[in-house]
Design a binder for this molecule. Structure first.
Ligand code: NAG
Length: 259
């Protein structure tokens, strides 16, 4: 009899453990058109061979004529970028709301103090040669001020990506935008930095994917994800803190949306 009870207890414990693991495993979801109007995808190419577009990273619209992404996205020999706006399925050129723009390297502004080893100042801006027309598919994100940081407790931080991986010249194509969310318990900056170091985020996000909070119809970008893992051995190195880099952004772009 006692043996049977033991069995039962062990089975129950296993079941509870399984249920618990299940509950902690964050679920990725498919994005729907208009859900992430500020997120863009970027292909790059050489001018000398501009039929060969290479999937590269995500970027974020911060004004009618500026995209922010990481410096590690643009710090390569490529001299052309193809930017996908309003896209969910980047393989579908006929997707409703999707538009594309080709931009030359002369419009790229990489942070002059970007350090590819430590990954400090890992930020770059693409100034668009043509102004965007905003609509429900294409919108700018807002950037937060330092004072706002305490306001997001209990809200969900969200990261989305197409997950394009450069795997020794073979590109994994998973062309539909997906996302993950996580509730902020205390401090969005610290928690986002920790969160983006997790494997689940790495399996979904692109270089440059923004981490955002959706609040009262506004989308606020607090940081970016970078696949690069600087030589600092810091656990925080997958996170680019946009709040810290705001003064630099303001210097380059005059018409950003501030929260
Ligand atoms: C994305 O678009 C391509 C081209 O239209 C299509 O073949 C593919 O099935 C689409 N993928 C999804 C998941 O909708």
């Amino acid at each position: 009899m006692a043996k049977q009870y033991n069995w039962l207890l062990i089975s129950l414990a296993t079941l509870l453990l399984l249920v618990n693991i299940e509950a902690e495993e964050p679920e990725e979801k498919l994005a729907i058109p208009t859900q992430f109007p500020y997120q863009v995808f970027i292909d790059v190419a050489l001018k000398s061979d501009n039929s060969k577009w290479v999937p590269k990273c995500s970027g974020t619209i911060i004004s009618k004529s500026a995209i922010v992404t990481t410096a590690s996205c643009l710090d390569t020999e490529f001299d052309l970028a193809l930017i996908y706006f309003g896209a969910v399925n980047i393989s579908n050129a006929f997707e409703i709301g999707q538009t594309r723009m080709e931009v030359e390297r002369k419009y790229f502004e990489v942070h002059e103090e970007y350090n590819p080893v430590t990954l400090s100042n890992n930020i770059a801006i693409i100034k668009l040669p043509f102004e965007l027309e905003f609509n429900e598919y294409v919108q700018a994100v807002s950037l937060p001020s330092k004072e706002d940081l305490g306001h997001y407790v209990g809200q969900e931080m969200i990261i989305a990506g197409w997950h394009q991986i450069d795997n020794q010249q073979k590109f994994a194509v998973w062309p539909v935008l997906k996302y993950l969310g996580k509730k902020v318990a205390r401090h969005v900056g610290k928690e986002a930095a920790k969160w983006v170091g997790k494997k689940v985020v790495g399996l979904l996000a692109d270089e440059g994917s923004p981490i955002t909070i959706h609040e009262n119809d506004a989308n606020i970008a607090v940081g970016m994800y970078t696949t690069q893992n600087g030589k600092t051995k810091s656990k925080l190195s997958h996170f680019v803190n946009l709040i810290k880099l705001l003064p630099w952004i303001k210097k380059i772009v005059s018409d950003i949306r501030l929260k």
